[in-house]
Design a protein around this ligand. Structure first.
Ligand code: HEC
Ligand code: HEC
Length: 341
């Protein structure tokens, strides 16, 4: 993401070419320049992207002072070094409390219609204040959040510059969301192959790709540039447990949605094991075996799941496609920034 270059060059051009370019700049200001294979990110009109806002959001994202005992930041559970997830089956939060769900990756959440496994938040702005207040995540009230930030000069100055006022919870959400909209995974071997580079994928990965879009039926749900239909499905995960996580049913109140969860992106999927909403599958091999047997039978199982009868060689090729084909070559390996005092 080269925000500075982008802004500067458009500003320079608009000076030279005047009105017409100026209008294009306004139109482009609500989009971003995405990595290969991804569409532009749509940015809400009331939260335009600026370099200063993204930088502020990054600091907040990595700052443990956003948790009650200063021990947990967003990055604790959505760590760039762990595929923007945390490598654990279920997330460990405040005071060692554990929820029943795994931390999804933050990669490409910019493209999602819904946030959370059950889709209970729409926008990233709406999502961001949830974990800060959640007693088993960061456990900090919004009043306390605002009063803490107002005691840190470096933050006060930045909020003034970016939002024109003292630190406010709603602006914390905006800044974090702006940062998250730069956390993109594209530019994978698959994208290069699709763009015409026949050597971008190994023969085995190409075989896996054919299975993904054909016999293995993965693309029935993992479809489009972000490998998700932005919809909810019951693929049987957790349905054999004594206490079933109702998933989407909690929100829709429709019994047919029992055990349905949001189809996750598969980009850079090799980085974010273990898998599924409860983290029950440890590896991509286990995921493919799970689908091969048609998931876990239950009354609400999606009709797109059935016994696949993949050969061992086909399973291996499918895993190779997921691992090699969908790994970004410009992975956002963001390092923790220096935090304001
Ligand atoms: C204690 C671990 C933990 C912390 C800290 C945490 N999260 Fe999460 N995050 C989770 C879990 C678990 C979920 C999924 C919960 C669910 O679906 O019910 C989640 C979901 C999300 C999602 C939705 C992703 C998707 O694909 O649905 C986003 C975005 C996100 N978190 C961003 C953040 C931000 C920003 C912060 C800091 C303000 C943060 N998280 C702090 C564990 C954590
Ligand atoms: C009926 C729709 C559907 C089909 C078909 C489907 N998936 Fe999924 N996939 C999902 C949903 C929904 C989840 C999340 C389920 C959960 O956690 O309970 C998921 C989760 C995953 C995950 C875990 C992602 C993560 O971040 O934890 C992987 C990997 C995956 N699918 C790969 C595949 C592959 C490979 C195929 C083909 C063999 C496939 N899927 C077929 C809907 C589908």
């Amino acid at each position: 993401m080269k925000w500075t270059g982008f802004n500067v060059s458009w500003r320079a051009l608009s000076l030279v070419f005047g009105f017409a370019i100026c209008c294009m700049q306004t139109a482009r200001a609500n989009e971003t320049v995405p990595p290969k294979g991804l569409p532009p990110v749509v940015v809400p009109a009331d939260n335009p992207m600026t370099d200063a806002k993204i930088e502020l959001g990054k600091q907040l994202y990595f700052d443990k002072r956003l948790s009650k005992d200063n021990s947990i930041s967003c990055a604790s559970c959505h760590d760039p070094a762990k595929g923007w997830s945390n490598g654990e089956a279920t997330a460990l939060g405040f005071g060692g409390a554990r929820g029943g769900r795994s931390a999804p990756t933050v990669l490409n959440t910019a493209y999602q219609k819904f946030q959370f496994w059950d889709g209970r938040a729409g926008s990233l702005e709406e999502q961001a204040l949830g974990p800060i207040q959640n007693p088993i995540e960061m456990n900090l009230s919004l009043e306390e959040l605002e009063s803490r930030l107002n005691q840190i000069d470096g933050y006060k100055k930045q909020f003034e510059a970016v939002f024109g006022s003292a630190p406010k919870a709603a602006d914390v959400a905006k800044a974090i969301a702006a940062f998250e909209r730069t956390v993109l995974s594209g530019d994978a071997a698959y994208d290069r192959f699709k763009a015409g580079d026949a050597n971008a994928l190994s023969a085995e990965a190409q075989q896996g790709m054919k299975l993904f879009f054909g016999k293995a039926n993965c693309s029935a749900c993992h479809t489009g540039a972000n490998f998700t239909d932005n919809a909810f499905h019951n693929i049987g995960v957790g349905m054999d447990k004594p206490e079933v996580d109702k998933g989407r049913e909690e929100l829709s109140k429709l019994k047919g949605d029992r055990g349905s969860f949001k189809t996750p992106t598969l980009r850079d999927i090799a980085r974010s094991a273990p898998y599924m909403h409860n983290g029950q599958l440890a590896s991509l091999e286990e995921v493919v075996d799970y689908y091969d047997k048609g998931g876990t039978p239950n009354d609400f199982l999606d009709e797109e799941l059935y016994v696949l009868k993949l050969t061992p060689e086909e399973k291996k090729a499918l895993v190779t496609f997921l691992r090699e084909g969908l790994a970004s070559q410009s992975y956002p390996d963001v390092q923790p920034p220096t935090l304001p005092e």
